[in-house]
Design a binder for this molecule. Structure first.
Ligand code: GAR
Length: 209
């Protein structure tokens, strides 16, 4: 059974999707053992507590620089014996220390089809604002391994979602979450826990299909 640690900063709907998937048995060979938040008041913490999952707060605001903050998060994950680290709406870009400690053992859900609308500055609602400004007709979500390059790691799973006339960033965000993020994140976590993701030359392959 793999220990899954989830990093959060906000509402935690992706965490909720993982909790629901765990409850329904969709996540095979893994369980959420700890939720770590960069913000003390993140609603995601309540979701974890309501489900009897251990929580820790490592507040970004209490650290002077990203190196010290990354070290604190890395140390906590080592202490928790994390086998898999999931960034689920975690809004801080950590430095390469953590990638060295957990190579191809961290995954992130991004609310667009990478390599579009990603990288520094593309997070949360901003992503959907940029999608709407650009006029693309398809967007979606991506789950990828975390490497030193922001949103640049091997892609595990993607799902496309339609952009519709009259969409606001909020409406589009909700559709992307419902139709893509909440589905591909638990599915990717389950594949990882079953050792069914192999990475070669920066490309992820799903095995045993
Ligand atoms: C989600 O849409 C997630 O993909 C995005 O923030 C939202 C968090 O929602 N993450 C990023 O933009 C990271 N680059 P949640 O807290 O309800 O899961």
């Amino acid at each position: 059974m793999k220990n899954i640690c989830v990093l959060v900063s906000g509402g935690g709907t992706n965490l909720q999707a993982l909790i629901d998937a765990q409850r329904s048995g969709e996540i095979k060979n893994g369980r959420i053992t700890c939720v770590i938040s960069s913000k003390p008041n993140a609603y995601a913490l309540e979701r974890a507590r309501d489900n009897g999952i251990k929580t820790r707060v490592i507040a970004r605001a209490e650290y002077n620089d990203i190196a010290a903050y990354t070290k604190a998060v890395t140390d906590a994950l080592i202490e928790e014996n994390a086998d898999l680290v999931v960034y689920a709406g975690f809004m801080t870009i950590l430095d390469e220390q953590i990638v060295k400690a957990f190579p191809n053992k961290m995954m992130n859900v991004h609310p667009a089809l990478i390599p579009s609308f990603c990288g520094k500055g593309f997070y949360g609602l901003h992503v959907h604002e940029e999608v709407l400004k650009s006029g693309v007709k398809l967007t979606g979500a991506t789950v990828h391994f975390v490497t030193a390059e922001c949103d640049g790691g091997p892609i595990i799973m993607q799902r496309a979602v339609e952009v519709k006339n009259g969409d606001t960033p909020e409406i589009l965000q909700k559709r992307v979450m419902e139709q893509a993020e909440w589905k591909i994140l638990p599915a990717s976590v389950s594949l990882f826990c079953q050792d069914r993701i192999r990475v070669e030359n920066n490309i992820a392959y799903i095995t045993g299909e």
